[in-house]
Design a protein around this ligand. Sequence first.
Ligand code: TLP
Length: 352
Amino acid sequence: MHDVVDLRSDTLTLPTPEMRDAMARAEVGDDVWEEDPTVKRLEAMAAERLGKDAGLFVTSGTQGNLVSVVAQARGGQEVVLDADSHVFNYEVGGAAVVGHVQTRPIKTARGFLTPEQVREAIRPANIHLAETALVCIENTHNRHGGTCCTPEEIAAVAEVAHGAGARVHLDGARLFNAAVALGRPARDFCRAVDSVTFCLSKGLGAPVGSIVCGSHELVSRARRVRKMLGGGMRQAGVIAAAGIVALERMIDRLADDHANARTLAEGVARLPGLRVDLASVQTNIVIFHVERGAADASARATQELVAGGIARKVKVHAIGPMSIRCVTHKDVDADDIRRALDAMNEITQGWA
Ligand code: TLP
């Protein structure tokens, strides 16, 4: 039980006492000189888990995606991605600003491009057209409510992309959530992709950082881009130490977050005026929609739910005028889920 039930994001998780202890004791060096033993250890552990040659510690998921795009697509080339993807929607247009690449958003059913969509989107050789350099996949998918795709689905998309000479990047900010939910090793999801980013600072609970993994060649290009972006950090072992604890201790417990999300979603589904697609609740994200007749009444009700939650020390996040997202994580337990449902029950009483 926590004083405030904060369901706005799993990015709000606080480092565990074990992480703080590891941070205090971390052996460090200058990582731009590639002399920080703790960063090197974290990168090697991550690469090993994902079945790749090498890893690169970056400041954030956004930086991991940006260095991956810029390392694999030149200015004027095109990146094919889902229209609801994080890279396209929430990364401040970095691919265009820094990489001068053109993004090609494709509307998908569950957040995942199908092999047919990729085949259609890839540009043929023609003097008029931008070359397709990269296809991006996101797993789990944030805006689609934490949905997962399987390693086989990723491999099918990658086969089409590679056949056309394009590379594949996996935004696996919550890759371990997908791995735990589907009961598959994380490396299975990475086998067919050229680069993958995952976040230590979301459900895994570390305070800062993400890792990009790929071949030695990809990682050395990514390292240069990271430096260009100002992401070459010095005694970064202090934060990497928490990432090591995250990888060693925090993966299996993600199953608890998924169970809590399921309880929350099933409770929300029983409340008047709230609609949730239970089939999309596969991991730690619950997105639901507020329906109170006309759009303006629904938008007001959404605000009422957010404000009413704050008054009851339950924080949820409006991701659209009539949509709310709740994310479960290690700092929310089963009692907190009951409190969140009690609060939403009180607020929605009288809406029926
Ligand atoms: N997502 C954040 C916000 O930026 C929306 C959140 O609260 O969910 N890929 C995916 C799929 C993400 O969900 C996020 C963060 C990122 C990349 C970026 O990671 P950070 O926040 O570390 O830059």
